[in-house]
Write a protein that binds this ligand. Structure first.
Ligand SMILES: Nc1ncnc2c1ncn2[C@@H]1O[C@H](COP(=O)(O)OP(=O)(O)OP(=O)(O)O)[C@@H](O)[C@H]1O
Ligand SMILES: [Mg+2]
Length: 213
């Protein structure tokens, strides 16, 4: 089979629906990035994976709902100061719509204090760039084992603007269609990706790369 056709077949097998739970869910620690162009399926895959972690470890999910997307409409939304009561006392999964970096910092601080949780940050590049960076979120990314937290981050914009600390934590990568040369360049510095395959991935399909232990 020619290489190109082989690549397409492998990509098809890597579709969100066909990924096995046991490949995705291991320990309640570590970081996963969901990267790709608009409407490629990042938030859906991250939500499914978050649910798998929640079911396996019996822990709630906290969502940073950066863009108020449909996906999280069914979740109760709350202010960061309400998290201890709802998440760690009532064991409820919730979402926070952050208005500023201070809100993301507050969510991250609550996660560090409360532990045993899944944290999903949708459109994470809004809060992890040189211009606007949640230091508390970076701290969580560096200490997921200590916090007993799995962090799932989605982004359309994967550029050199993302702080090194957010990539130096041996994250897993779920790569959806990516055509931007800049994003492919940054990705190739941290992961072994096949740019041609990344450019031609079908909608809702991803390539998965595990770099954590
Ligand atoms: N595996 C899938 N099978 C079928 N439909 C899917 C799948 N994944 C996502 N979708 C649908 O595709 C649309 C886009 O998905 P999603 O919102 O997850 O993409 P996204 O990459 O997060 O988009 P954005 O960049 O706008 O945030 C949604 O309507 C979603 O329900
Ligand atoms: Mg999305």
């Amino acid at each position: 089979m020619p290489n190109k056709a082989k690549g397409r077949k492998r990509a098809a097998r890597n579709g969100a629906a066909s990924r096995r739970r046991s490949d995705v869910v291991r320990e309640l620690e570590g970081v996963s990035w969901y990267v790709g162009c608009p409407h490629s399926g990042k938030t859906t895959a991250a939500s499914v994976h978050a649910r798998w972690f929640r079911e396996k470890f019996g822990v709630p999910v906290v969502v940073v709902d950066s863009e108020e997307t449909e996906d999280f409409r069914g979740l109760a939304h709350c202010a960061p100061r309400e998290l201890p009561e709802l998440v760690w006392k009532a064991k409820q999964s919730v979402a926070v719509k952050p208005g500023s970096v201070a809100d993301v910092d507050a969510v991250a601080e609550a996660v560090r204090a409360g532990k045993d949780v899944v944290l999903l940050v949708d459109e994470a590049s809004l809060w992890l760039s040189n211009r606007r960076c949640s230091e508390a979120l970076l701290r969580v990314l560096r200490t997921t084992q200590h916090c007993r937290v799995r962090v799932l981050l989605t982004t359309q914009h994967f550029s050199g603007d993302i702080p090194q600390a957010a990539l130096a934590c041996a994250p897993d990568l779920y790569l959806f269609r990516t055509t931007s040369p800049r994003a492919l360049d940054v990705l190739s510095r941290h992961f072994s990706i096949d740019a041609e395959q990344a450019r031609t991935l079908e909608k809702h399909h991803y390539l998965a790369q595990r770099t954590s232990f």
